[in-house]
Design a protein around this ligand. Sequence first.
Ligand SMILES: [Zn+2]
Length: 82
Amino acid sequence: MSPETRKTLEDAGYAYESNGFCEGCDEPVEFWYDSTGLRTPISILQIVESDGSKKERSINHFAICRAARRIRNDLRKRSKKD
Ligand SMILES: [Zn+2]
């Protein structure tokens, strides 16, 4: 199950680091460390429920990042050079 709110992120062992921007698409993201210490960009989405109430939902930014493929390719190229 993927973490869906800040509370569930914390319960899943994530630790908040800072607010920032995706280096691929410049969308605002929050950086969190996951339970293995990996720095992960998280997008906080505002979801409007059917009754009109708003809910925050967090997802891994790479799931929605329009530059995710390019970033992954860059990471692959970088690791090939090493
Ligand atoms: Zn992005």
